[in-house]
Design a protein around this ligand. Structure first.
Ligand code: NDP
Length: 245
């Protein structure tokens, strides 16, 4: 693993998709900031795995819903690595219930983390990512599916896509691209928790490849968007979902 002098920050990188994103970007030579909310041991495990493979990483606790904490995380990244080139806005949660039954508490938490959190990190990234950098947000392919119970979650991810497209325009003149990846169902805690095996199997077959996505499937797309080969892709939403529609 050799460093090319560029640095990446991945939010929600202690588990699930984010952990694989951090491992992959580190394997591609980025010094990597592994953000987490509460699971310090899991984040440290990701940092250790990166170090064992010859890479460089630090763990950084910050609730993305807290704008002050996000600012402090970018300060810590600057201090450790001297600047950030790639920001992956991956942290997110999912709460499901029909709109008529959705509680204020769940709605508030969903919006705070998925929308305010993505906004807080986008704002800081827009100010701090070095020229030629990359900002990559994480949406969801369920946006197109109109699935009952997904209303507020879909609303937050539709907002993420809106922020992505406008920020791409606002970064004019800096050589910074802003894109989003919109995964279909991926086998992580967020997707699997609370679902019956029958429902999991049914959702796995919604795409013509007839399997769930794996975090590695998403890591490959993010690695491409983070790298030098993707420079002409800007303001786009990449739906990485095995062909689900
Ligand atoms: P997981 O639940 O497996 O992991 C969530 C990660 O986000 C953890 O690292 C967690 O940290 C972190 N996190 C949660 N809340 C916060 C917060 N407030 N501040 C900082 N970090 C936080 O989720 P996935 O890996 O499945 O999801 C990652 C992203 O992908 C999300 O944005 C999700 O909406 C999106 N997505 C997922 C799909 C799927 O099927 N899995 C499909 C489409 C999109 P900690 O460990 O400390 O709690």
């Amino acid at each position: 693993m050799s460093s090319h002098g560029k640095n990446a920050l991945v939010t929600g990188a202690s588990r699930g998709i984010g952990a694989l994103l951090a491992l992959r970007l580190a394997a591609d030579g980025f010094r990597t900031v592994v953000n987490y909310a509460g699971n310090a041991a899991a984040a440290q495990d990701v940092v250790n795995r990166i170090a064992q493979a010859g890479g460089e990483a630090i763990a950084a606790q910050a609730d993305v819903a807290d704008s002050g904490a996000v600012e402090a995380m970018f300060d810590a990244a600057d201090k450790a690595f001297g600047g950030i080139d790639v920001v992956v806005n991956n942290a997110g949660i999912m709460k499901l219930a029909p709109i008529a039954q959705f509680s204020d508490q769940d709605f508030g938490q969903l919006v705070a983390i998925n929308l305010n959190g993505t906004f807080n990190v986008c704002r800081e990234a827009a100010k701090r990512v070095r020229d030629g950098g990359r900002i990559i947000n994480v949406s969801s392919s369920v946006i197109g599916m109109r699935l009952p119970s997904y209303g507020p979650y879909i609303a937050t991810k539709a907002a993420v896509e809106g922020l992505t497209q406008v920020l791409a325009q606002e970064m004019r003149g800096r050589g910074v691209t802003v894109n989003a990846v919109a995964p279909g169902p991926v086998a992580t805690d967020l997707f699997l928790e609370g679902k019956t095996q029958e429902l999991i199997d049914r959702m796995a077959k919604m795409n013509p490849l007839e399997r769930l996505g794996q975090p590695e499937d998403i890591a490959r797309v993010v690695a491409f968007l983070a790298g030098s080969e993707s420079g002409w892709i800007n303001g786009q939403i990449v739906r990485a979902n095995g062909g689900m529609c």
